[in-house]
Design a protein around this ligand. Structure first.
Ligand SMILES: [Zn+2]
Length: 476
């Protein structure tokens, strides 16, 4: 007897997509069988999924909750939305796992920073979650010694910035010597580095140049955070990593053709490197900055150009890009629009809720990607790279029963009023070809036909371990 059987939907399993029954017991997938075959065994509850696509819960590997927001002329510190708000929206949109960040400042012992973040999230997240460690600024050598223990404790991914992003020095950039030390520690400990790579010299030079030329409007952002910067910085950091035996890289928010090319070349050399892009970069360009309220499309580094976008799309098709994230920094529209200059416009965006539906539409319906490739890009690949697979990201026996029913009969136009994120969406007016009708987390129905049935205490912390296969070659 199962707790739950999801019957007759088009199930996207790791190898195929075909109609199937999925049996759930004690929060795990206990059986997968031919349509109707599991009904005879009996279940507390049966869900008829006929006509729907059944996928593993979405995984967003890059979000920022409760983080001070960059930008704004007033310099009053505003925090991005907390995990309660973002994780609830995630469940509505078919995402069941979020990876956020634990900020680790050099003057605070690593373990202390991680515990502080754990306390903020415990009981405050509707879906499951984990943390990348985020290092900033000049590193205290004690951090290098503490990293192996943190990796062992389930935090094997470490975010590093190669730029301060904005001209005000907020101490983001980690210098190359320190990055080298972190790489050596991570390589030994079995970790992976998640890099925000931009060439700081080029970016800061362009701020100075545009300010001198009085071209400070944010619509010029792509000249500051430009494609050459991505080229130089990606190649420099990749070169460094390739010279550290046992190292592996995950390049966050790839925005330019040059970034995708650098990852592709490194993968061809056999180096274990993976690429993430954002739905923002796949569906908007720097031209959108010129629209009214164009700041709402901005996220750092910056939107780029049509040829970059074409290269990013090509890279999602078994190329340099394996995961589509949001870089979610959820805030009210007033905050998102408060800056108007290249040096004060707020980064990040909202989009965790429509991400899965948007990607289904643009990958499966518009580009003919297989359902398996779509699921890979919004769920499975991130699980594999970040050490969650096959517990997460797979409709397979033994996996967590994180199951989403995607209903192709629920075509709709995205409206902010229908979402659960904030008071605006950069996706206003986009038509999507399906919408989740049911989201299940570890066997519990969390959202059903627009009704939230979950509690913020439902989410669990996910300790992670990156498999050797992922760290030894470009395996995804
Ligand atoms: Zn980010």
């Amino acid at each position: 007897m199962f707790d739950l059987v999801v019957s007759g939907g088009l199930a996207v399993t790791p190898v195929t997509a075909e109609p199937a029954d999925i049996g759930v017991l004690d929060g795990k997938i206990a059986a997968i069988g031919a349509p109707g075959s599991l009904l005879a065994i009996g279940a507390q509850r049966t869900v008829d999924a006929t006509g729907q696509i059944v996928i593993p819960g979405g995984i967003d590997p890059h979000i920022h909750c409760g983080m001070p927001i960059l930008g704004g002329p007033s310099n009053v510190e505003v925090m991005s939305a907390p995990p309660e708000q973002v994780s609830r929206a995630a469940l509505y949109g078919g995402t069941t796992t979020l990876l956020d960040f634990a900020l680790c400042l050099p003057e605070i012992p690593l373990q202390q920073s991680i515990e502080a973040r754990q306390r903020e999230w415990a009981g405050a997240c509707y879906c499951d979650y984990g943390f990348h460690l985020m290092l900033r600024g000049k590193q205290n050598p004690g951090i290098f010694g503490a990293l192996p223990e943190a990796v062992q404790a389930g935090h094997p991914s470490v975010k590093i910035f190669t730029t301060d992003i904005r001209p005000v020095n907020e101490g983001r950039m980690v210098r190359f010597g320190d990055i080298w030390e972190v790489f050596q520690a991570l390589a030994k400990a079995g970790g992976i580095a998640a890099i925000h790579a931009e060439d700081n010299d080029i970016v800061m030079h362009m701020y100075e140049k545009l300010i001198r030329e009085e071209r400070t409007g944010f619509e010029n952002m792509a000249e500051v955070h430009n494609t050459l910067s991505e080229d130089l910085s990606f190649n420099r950091v990749i070169r460094l990593a390739e010279n550290v035996p046992g190292m592996a890289l995950y390049m966050v928010h790839v925005s330019a053709a040059s970034g995708a090319a650098a990852i592709g070349a490194s993968r061809t050399r056999g180096f274990p490197i993976y690429g993430e892009t954002l739905h923002q970069y796949l569906l908007y360009t720097a031209e959108d900055y010129k629209r009214p309220g164009g700041q709402m499309f901005h996220t750092y580094p910056s939107l780029k150009f049509a040829d970059d976008q074409a290269a990013l799309w090509a890279a999602t098709n078994h190329g340099a890009i394996q995961a589509v994230a949001t870089d979610e920094v959820c805030c009210p529209l007033k905050i998102k629009l408060q800056g108007r200059r290249i040096d004060d416009t707020t980064g990040g965006n909202s989009g965790v809720e429509p991400r899965v539906a948007l990607m289904y539409t643009h990958m499966v319906e518009k580009r003919g990607y297989s359902l398996n490739d779509f699921v890979g890009l919004v769920s499975s690949n991130a699980a594999k790279i970040m050490g969650l697979y096959p517990r997460k990201g797979a409709l397979a026996v033994g996996a967590d029963a994180d199951i989403v029913l995607l209903d192709p009969r629920a075509r709709r136009v995205i409206r902010k009023e229908d979402l659960h994120e904030t008071d605006y969406t950069p996706w206003e007016g986009h038509e999507v070809a399906a919408w989740p009708s049911l989201t299940i987390l570890r066997g519990k129905v969390m959202v059903e036909n627009g009704q939230l049935l979950a509690a913020p205490s439902d989410g669990e912390f996910l300790p992670r371990k990156i498999p050797e296969g992922i760290r030894s070659r470009p395996a995804v």
